[in-house]
Design a binder for this molecule. Structure first.
Ligand code: ADP
Ligand code: MG
Length: 280
């Protein structure tokens, strides 16, 4: 088997506190993320998702265990450049990710910092803008844009670094439904067409459904990991850790529990309607 894009070996992370105590945020997580996969990560507030995200590109290094990005240890100072170039991060608030007053300069910022030659930067800016569907905004100012447009711009900025993995930490949380859809479409397309490995942290269960794999965190640990339909079938556990299941799954589970012959693993609205129609 090819080496995984990212491998976590028994990783823990604690934040040092002022009183000399520690706040454990990630607790003994081991997992591999396959190249080209689309992984969703969910968990209620404080479960350790953002800390895990920052461990994936060396913004934080483990207090125990190892994180390997294409085999490079994120704790190895000599590899940090390689790690940061391989794993791009998109955060929640699009306004905090804007650097320049013009779209082109904003996207060029990342590769400029990496010392990419001018000619190559121009190519990357063109390519990144096209990928996020923002080519016509090349000379616009980012501050006047919608949330969805700003977040697509943030994605373009990350793309210009040419990472192999993109981590999105609740990057759709501040967007309206249209903005969310714009961003999700861009991310799914990058995964499909560019074979970009995606780790998408979200609290929207419908977004989690679209992933190849769904990882659920609680209290710093991975508690469920599998295909979204398998994970959502564990609705009792999910409810116990204060997570919602998609509306259609909740309906299917309720009906199945009432003795109606519906598959409780259904996560797709059309499949649900089909199975109801067959019953009639
Ligand atoms: P999530 O993204 O799932 O909400 P976080 O990774 O942000 O979770 O937080 C995990 C735990 O670590 C929480 O208990 C949180 O309070 C704590 N934590 C997060 N950031 C810090 C920090 N900078 N200093 C101290 N504790 C923190
Ligand atoms: Mg978070």
């Amino acid at each position: 088997m090819a080496i995984p894009a990212i491998k976590l070996e028994n990783v823990s992370f604690s934040y040092p506190m002022n009183d000399g105590e520690e706040q454990k945020a990630v607790n003994g997580v081991s997992l591999e993320i396959e190249e080209g996969s689309f992984v969703a990560l969910v968990g209620h507030n404080g479960s350790g998702k953002s800390t895990l995200a920052k461990l994936l590109n060396g913004l934080l290094t483990p207090t125990a265990g190892r994180v390997l990005v294409y085999g490079a240890d994120t704790a190895d100072d000599k590899k940090i450049f390689e790690v940061r170039s391989s794993v791009g991060m998109v955060f929640q608030n699009p306004d905090n990710q804007m650097i320049a007053t013009n779209v082109e300069d904003d996207i060029a910022f990342g590769p400029e910092n990496l010392g990419v030659p001018r000619e190559e930067i121009i190519k990357r800016v063109d390519w990144a803008l096209e990928k996020v569907g923002m080519s016509e905004f090349r000379h616009a100012t980012p501050f006047k844009m919608s949330g969805g447009q700003k977040q697509r711009l943030a994605i373009a900025g990350v793309l210009a670094i040419r990472p192999r993995v993109m981590v999105l930490d609740e990057s759709t949380a501040m967007l309206d439904p249209k903005g969310r859809e714009e961003v999700m479409n861009v991310v799914k397309q990058l995964n499909r067409e560019e074979k970009m490995t995606v780790v998408h942290i979200t609290h929207y269960m419908d977004e989690a459904l679209d992933a190849d794999r769904l990882i659920v965190m609680n209290d710093g640990k991975v508690v469920l990991d599998g295909k979204p339909s398998e994970v959502f079938a564990e609705h009792k556990l999910l409810t116990a850790i204060k997570l919602d299941v998609p509306c259609v799954t909740r309906l299917a589970v309720t009906l199945a529990e009432a003795g109606i012959a519906v598959d409780p693993r259904i996560t797709d609205e059309e499949a649900f309607v089909d199975s109801l129609c067959r019953l009639l």
